[in-house]
Ligand binder design. Structure first.
Ligand code: HGY
Ligand code: MN
Ligand code: MN
Length: 433
């Protein structure tokens, strides 16, 4: 297809859009997802690829090669967000952004995040291969540290990109070994001290669309294959420490113990009861991670640390739970003669997405005769972090059996291809002027 042919079409964006959309290749999408999935710290046991790890480095290098082949202008920012721009005919116009993340949870799946990155690459590949140049630039962003597997705080890369996180926060956010995100980024060869200058500010970007697997059961169980997201859950995240006294498991009488394990077990059970009692329609609460010290089978636990992940699409649903935590956990601590420390790790605000972008995606779906469902996201996403600086939309494709954050997470390539065509169509409309 030469550019003249494209120009002669009487399509609103001056391009024969259907010809472009028909270029979206399921084969190429599948191949890229599989090649990324090969880079995991736990081969055969799902995808474990934390930001700043060797596995992360390998995938980054491969993606940077793909961007180079596409002739994109690439910049890796202060904390490792990769920004790759297809420069439009009018480079002064604010670009439209699309992308997602490549980092994973421990033993995660191969579709969470990667589907959005690969779909963004596929959409831009179709445009570049066609020789068409959109009016407005399109920028692919591969966000760093979305899962929070290093530091227990989700979307730390996108929070930094838009200035929600300051350089100070990068020093405060630490992993279990006490290494800060600032330090890990430095060790990875980045310049986290540049985070302020690398920020995206309101007006720098015209719009953003993230394509992501749903990670729940609605689309797979009830259809159709396309979800258009209206609201994304926010959350509050904590580490809770119960501190008792190590002692001999056999020689210490029950009434002389300061057992952090029993206290933590009670606290976790009470937390679950609190959530079940006070939750609103979309409120969820999870204890996903626990550590015990000294962790000896014949030693009374001295310190037990567990995480809290409390979410809802409305702030009230989160606050109803967190308001009661301190009193509840202190009561448990007193009962078992130990102490409790609640360490806030971070928060993500629940957000409603842009009516403008939802409208563009809906129009693109209707023009293609695609059935779709308007829905919310219980998972947090980088898209949510971008809402303070631009208009944001999200496209969901089904997760088979609603499974995610586990090795058998799966999405049909045909569904990703459909979602990618919708993404490309919406991007063409958004960059037409
Ligand atoms: O935790 C989440 O919702 C996302 O997968 N990071
Ligand atoms: Mn994700
Ligand atoms: Mn995830």
């Amino acid at each position: 297809l030469d550019v003249d042919t494209l120009k002669n079409q009487n399509d609103p964006i001056g391009v024969d859009k259907q010809t472009l959309l028909d270029r979206v290749s399921g084969e190429r999408i599948k191949d890229r997802i599989e090649r990324i999935a090969e880079h995991t710290a736990t081969p055969g046991e799902g995808c474990s690829r934390f930001t700043y790890s060797e596995e992360d480095r390998c995938v980054r290098d491969m993606i940077l090669d793909w961007f180079d082949t596409l002739g994109l202008q690439v910049n890796v920012d202060a904390v490792g967000n990769i920004r790759a721009r297809l420069v439009g005919k009018n480079p002064d116009l604010a670009p439209v952004v699309t992308g997602s993340h490549i980092d994973t949870v421990p033993h995660g799946g191969k579709f969470d995040g990667v589907t959005g990155v690969v779909s963004a690459i596929e959409a831009v590949t179709c445009i570049v291969d066609s020789g068409f140049r959109p009016e407005r630039s399109i920028e692919i962003i591969v966000f760093a540290e979305e899962e929070g597997s290093n530091f227990g705080m989700t979307t730390a890369g996108s929070k930094t990109l838009v200035g929600t996180f300051s350089e100070q926060d990068l020093h405060h956010l630490k992993n279990e070994d006490g290494v800060s995100m600032f330090e890990m980024a430095e060790r990875f060869g980045l310049h986290p001290e540049h985070c302020e200058q690398d920020r995206i500010r309101p007006g720098d970007v015209d719009a953003m669309i993230e394509l992501h697997v749903e990670q729940s059961i609605v689309l797979d169980r009830e259809g159709p294959s396309i979800g258009i997201v209206q609201a994304i859950a926010g959350g509050k995240f904590y580490r809770v420490h119960f501190i008792g006294e190590a002692n001999h498991a056999g020689a210490t009488p029950m009434d002389m113990r300061k057992d952090a394990m029993v206290a933590a077990a009670n606290a976790i059970a009470r937390f679950h009861e609190l959530v079940m009692e006070k939750k609103l329609k979309d409120t969820v609460g999870t204890v996903g991670q626990i550590h015990c010290e000294p962790n000896g089978s014949n030693v009374i636990a001295e310190r037990v640390t567990f995480t809290l992940d409390i979410r809802d699409v409305v702030q009230e649903g989160i606050d109803r739970i967190t308001d009661d935590l301190e009193a509840m956990f202190n009561e448990v601590a007193e009962t078992f003669n130990v102490t409790c420390e609640i360490e806030p790790v971070g928060t993500s605000k629940p957000v409603r997405l842009s009516e403008r972008i939802i409208g563009v995606i809906e129009h693109a779906a209707q023009s293609a005769g695609l059935d779709y469902r308007l829905m919310n996201s219980g998972a947090v996403h980088d898209a949510a972090e971008m809402t303070p600086v631009t208009d944001v939309g999200m496209i969901f494709v089904p997760s088979i059996d609603g499974k995610s954050h586990k090795p058998d997470e799966h999405t049909h390539i045909s569904d990703i291809q459909l979602g990618c065509k919708l993404l490309l169509s919406a991007l063409l409309d958004l960059t037409a002027r």
